[in-house]
Design a protein around this ligand. Structure first.
Ligand code: PEP
Ligand code: MN
Length: 337
């Protein structure tokens, strides 16, 4: 059960509810959002079902939520969430385009790519400084040096910066440098990491695990939100199936399904889904047609020599072409790019 307090409710009102709930042998979890405070009741809800909590003057509504994810659900918030990155919105009518290299490799190449994607219309720059690589011998990322290059590129281009956090010990560093913290597919169920980013207000882009169900993705988002961070963006990046022609299989139906179940914005990453640059454009079009709120696309100035994911990376000119081609699809579904 969730108790949503009115905007003007303060500590006194929360304490009052805490006492009432605790006398019944239940616990509470208080989430203080920028807008309002939400109290989650922990324990056997049936004990409290007949208590007239909704009649308290500080209470806006009391919601029994049957689904295991609550703060994430459409029942909890019927209107779409828009995550504001200080001037760039993810989740509104305009489709947000995030583009950049898989890994940050050098200051010069990052700036060249960032300038290219910005001129083509992207509003956010992606680039990994801490890379989750299958092989321990593969390039692991530049660490803090990479974060500094991202910050420099932001300063020169005005793009917002998205980069991946793999280790809770690096959280403060990422909070300092990034506009959005990415939690990668391999860490979607790293609950310690989710709890950690939940304790900050920094927006989080949560990627779906390659073998995770939509429900599991939503439960992971609930971990972050239950800590008080409501700035969550979900990302479909392809799942593992028997098909091996593509790197993964882009689960297009996840887009309308998530939008039915949740108010959170959905970004689609066609690059990691298909693993081949030639397939990025058609799947980007399909993602827009299916209702994606944003796109994450890998772009590299020299894909043949990229330190990671060159085969799925578009040259800046190809990315510019993609940006042109998707306009008509966006317009056909009433969206803007
Ligand atoms: C990435 O976006 O850099 C990445 C590693 O993607 P994923 O976690 O989806 O594999
Ligand atoms: Mn990559």
């Amino acid at each position: 059960m969730i108790i949503v307090l009115k905007k003007n409710a303060g500590e006194k009102e929360v304490d009052n509810i805490r006492k009432k709930v605790e006398t019944l042998g239940l616990g509470i979890h208080v989430s203080k959002g920028e807008e309002r405070t939400i109290i989650g009741v922990i324990g056997d809800e049936s004990i409290i079902r007949n208590q007239p909590l909704a009649a308290l003057p500080c209470v806006e509504k009391v919601m029994p939520i049957l689904k295991p994810y609550k703060l994430v659900s459409r029942e909890f918030k019927p209107e779409n969430s828009v995550i504001d990155l200080d001037g760039v919105a993810i989740g509104g009518n305009k489709i947000a385009v995030i583009a950049g290299p898989c890994s940050v490799e050098s200051a010069d190449s990052l700036l060249e790519i960032a300038t290219g994607v910005q001129q083509a219309g992207a509003t956010c720059l992606r680039g990994g400084a801490f890379k989750p690589r299958t092989s321990p011998y593969a390039f692991q990322g530049l660490g803090e040096e990479g974060l500094k290059y991202l910050a420099e590129a932001r300063q020169k281009t005005g793009l917002k910066v998205i980069t991946e956090l793999m280790d809770p010990r690096d959280t403060e560093l990422l909070v300092k440098y990034a506009d959005v913290i990415q939690i990668g597919a391999r860490n979607m169920q790293n609950f310690r990491l989710l709890t950690e980013v939940g304790q900050h207000k920094k927006p989080v882009l949560l990627k779906r695990g390659m073998s995770s169900t939509i429900k599991e993705l939503l439960m992971s988002a609930e971990y972050i939100m239950s800590q008080g961070n409501y700035n969550v963006i979900l990302c479909e990046r392809g799942i593992r199936t028997f098909e091996d022609y593509t790197r993964n299989t882009l689960d297009l139906s996840a887009i309308p399904v998530i939008k039915e179940l949740s108010h959170l914005p959905v970004v689609v990453d066609p690059s990691h889904a298909v693993g081949r640059w030639e397939l990025v454009l058609p799947m980007t079009k399909a993602a827009i047609a299916a209702g994606a709120d944003g796109l994450m696309i890998e772009v590299h100035n020299d894909p043949g020599n990229a330190l990671s994911d060159g085969t799925q990376s578009l040259l800046p000119a190809k990315f510019a072409n993609l940006m042109n081609e998707i306009k008509t699809v966006a317009a056909a579904v009433g969206r803007e790019i």
